[in-house]
Design a protein. Structure first.
Length: 290
């Protein structure tokens, strides 16, 4: 578990987030991850984020592990009850997946399966307690397991809207750490001074804090985020920079790389999310000097 070792020893870790296919053709996923060989520490695999049905994170994690990378998979209670989640977590261990991030499942409002029923048998704190129980060799019904799993388990913070919400998320993160979370992933903020204050707040909880760098694709995406996520700190100046650039795609790569360089002395790691532009990840790493 090199990610765990790196974070616990205070070294800077680089994670990338890759979406898995809606189907069984994994060729694109494999191609993207092979281009990152020896350049990253782990690959984060979301689980049907946005309510879109696709291959499970467990399956995607197994593919990533087979390619020689360290996977980090999301787990949440939206789609599975406690029996199914425990089974998946034990299967993850058997498949060589030892890193988990407990997340709040996305709302199903924009799901491609609007008739699907949510389960929500276990919330985030319940899931963290579940992992702790499994590691002690007991399932949630109190029965003994044959062999104890061992995980490096993190939690995720919701997008910060304002100072009041920051305090609320801070208190929730404190509860998650008490329940067993060993690191925190913080959502992206494009205003580095503001982001630094947010990251420092969570760093006071004395666990590794991973910042998120979200790659902008174009002016339209940047403006949408600016309007719909006021806590993102995405300024008109940054939007104007993309608009005025001769090569807007390259400018977006440069912006992501600049954020990584700026965060290297603040957070203990970064998670880079390219959302459909995974082929630009090597260029981002090049530009960031990683």
């Amino acid at each position: 578990m090199m990610l765990r070792k790196k974070l616990t020893q205070g070294e800077f870790a680089v994670l990338v987030e890759l979406n898995i296919p809606k189907g069984v053709d994994i060729s694109e996923l494999v191609t993207h991850v092979r281009h990152l060989k020896s350049r990253i520490d782990a690959v984060v695999i979301p689980d049907m984020d946005g309510g879109v049905m696709r291959m499970s994170a467990l399956g995607g994690g197994a593919v990533i592990r087979r390619e020689g990378f360290e996977p980090v998979i999301h787990i949440y209670g939206r789609d599975r009850n406690r029996m199914a989640i425990q089974g998946d977590v034990l299967a993850a261990q058997a498949l060589g997946i030892q890193n988990l991030i407990v997340v709040q499942g996305d709302a199903m409002a924009n799901s491609d399966h609007p008739a699907a029923k949510t389960v929500d048998d276990l919330n985030e704190l319940d899931l963290l307690s579940m992992v702790q129980s499994l590691q002690k060799g007991l399932d949630l019904a109190g029965f003994d397991l044959k062999g104890k799993p061992a995980f490096f388990t993190g939690c995720q913070v919701q997008p910060i809207r304002d100072d009041k919400h920051l305090l609320e998320e801070y208190e929730k993160a404190k509860e998650k750490i008490a329940a067993g979370a060993q690191f925190i992933v913080v959502p992206p903020v494009f205003d580095i001074p503001a982001y630094t204050q947010i990251l420092n707040k969570f760093k006071s909880l004395k666990v590794p804090v991973i910042a998120t760098v979200f790659m902008l694709k174009n002016v339209g995406m940047a403006r949408y985020i600016s309007i719909n996520d006021p806590g993102s700190g995405l300024s008109d100046e940054l939007i104007g920079r993309i608009r005025k650039a001769k090569d807007r795609e390259t400018e977006c790569v440069h912006i992501a790389a600049e954020m990584i360089r700026s965060l290297k002395g603040v957070a203990q790691g970064v998670k880079i999310s390219a959302v459909g532009w995974e082929d630009r990840l090597p260029a981002i790493l090049d530009c960031a000097g990683l």
